[in-house]
Ligand binder design. Structure first.
Ligand code: PMV
Length: 354
């Protein structure tokens, strides 16, 4: 194949929500409530974008592209990326995209079958590629800082929570009555006490199976959920508290809110019509073990969950050894059950060498 006109590469991390986005308002990927997350460091997607002149791929209609994941062409990824590119073209006015054909080459830094959703890291990295391409095409100088909100807005249109993966340490997304900087359109950085910049996230992988109900279907089920209104009120209250405790460094107060959020998220799934359950027996065993470990040791490790059975343990770096020892004792108790990825809070995306 001929040489690309441009070759861009960005890596972006995944993020873990402390206050959960679950349910959408009218519009395109507009959250029903504000959310806030830690940006991770090691769980990343590295996204290469090769831009060719139109026609190279011999495909007829826009968008014309191929996607490779760890070197293998992935037809199953195409639908979501097509929707994303059509949004950029139609809603974002990036009509110049029709002048090109695209090849994406993506890789995850975490194991393929880890059961970690990579849509947040993928769309954050992809959005950065297109924001930079927009500048190159217009012969404008690109700066990450000046384009971070734009990139977050585009990332949101690929996968809602992806918009929070652009910011260091912690990010908030969604309207609130706490000021104009909080919007539904893109995420913003949250000012955090210094203890959080070295925070850890041990991701305990209890199942590597694909989710039985996608996040997309899960969000949609909130439309008809009898508890939705109460949930959105609770999330708004928890968001406000979380922003305060991120600021003040009061993890002993934030931790319980984070656990409440995880349980409420899964309660919403169970109370949907039809209800469903993404927790596995080991998820529950680990949560119960954690609660008795915390009671005995006073170790400030708190759990959260995303839309799946894996347990994220969040804790300050000073107790890393203690938590590691506890996880090892857990592995002895349930030898067949799980593997662990040790991650931490990070500084966000990076432009990578091509
Ligand atoms: O971004 P989506 O559509 O994959 O939804 C993410 C939903 C949760 O991970 C469960 C919560 C969140 O705020 O990240």
């Amino acid at each position: 194949m001929e040489q690309p006109l441009y070759h861009l590469k960005w890596s972006a991390p995944s993020n873990i929500a402390l206050v959960k986005y679950w349910g959408k308002k009218e519009g395109f990927q507009i959250p029903a409530n504000p959310s806030v997350s830690f940006t991770l460091n090691n769980s990343r997607t590295i996204m290469g974008l090769k831009v060719f002149k139109k026609g190279v791929l011999n495909q007829s209609d826009f968008p014309r592209f191929k996607i490779f994941f760890h070197g293998e062409e992935k037809e199953s990824f195409k639908a979501k990326i097509s929707t994303f590119l059509l949004r950029l073209y139609k809603a974002e006015g990036m009509t110049f995209l029709d002048e090109y054909d695209f090849v994406f080459e993506s890789e995850n830094s975490f194991p393929h079958s880890a059961g970690i959703a990579s849509s947040a890291s993928s769309f954050a990295a992809m959005a950065l590629c297109f924001v930079e391409l927009d500048c190159l095409h217009k012969e404008k100088e690109f700066s990450f800082e000046q384009n971070i909100e734009k990139a977050s807005d585009l990332a949101r249109q690929g996968s809602g929570s992806a918009c929070r993966s652009l910011f260091e340490i912690a990010a908030s997304w969604g309207d609130s009555d706490k000021g104009d900087q909080f919007t539904d359109v893109y995420a913003t950085s949250i000012s955090c006490h210094e203890i959080y910049s070295s925070f850890k996230d041990a991701i305990i992988l209890v199942s590597e199976k694909e989710k039985s109900v996608s996040s997309r279907a899960g969000h949609a089920l909130m439309n008809n959920n009898p508890y939705a209104k109460a949930r959105f009120t609770q999330a708004k209250q928890n968001w406000e508290l979380a922003i305060n405790y991120l600021n003040s460094g009061e993890w002993d107060k934030l931790g319980p809110i984070v656990e409440e959020e995880a349980l409420s998220l899964h309660a919403m799934m169970m109370a949907s019509r039809p209800g469903y359950l993404l927790l596995e027996p080991h998820t529950i065993s680990i949560i119960k073990e954690l609660h008795s470990f915390r009671k005995q040791s006073n170790c400030p490790a708190y759990f959260t969950l995303d839309a799946g059975p894996n347990v994220h343990l969040l804790y300050p770096s000073e107790v890393s050894e203690q938590v590691k020892n506890w996880i090892e004792s857990l592995q002895e108790k349930f030898p067949e059950a799980f593997s662990v990825i040790y991650d931490e809070v990070g500084t966000g995306p990076r432009r990578e060498e091509v």
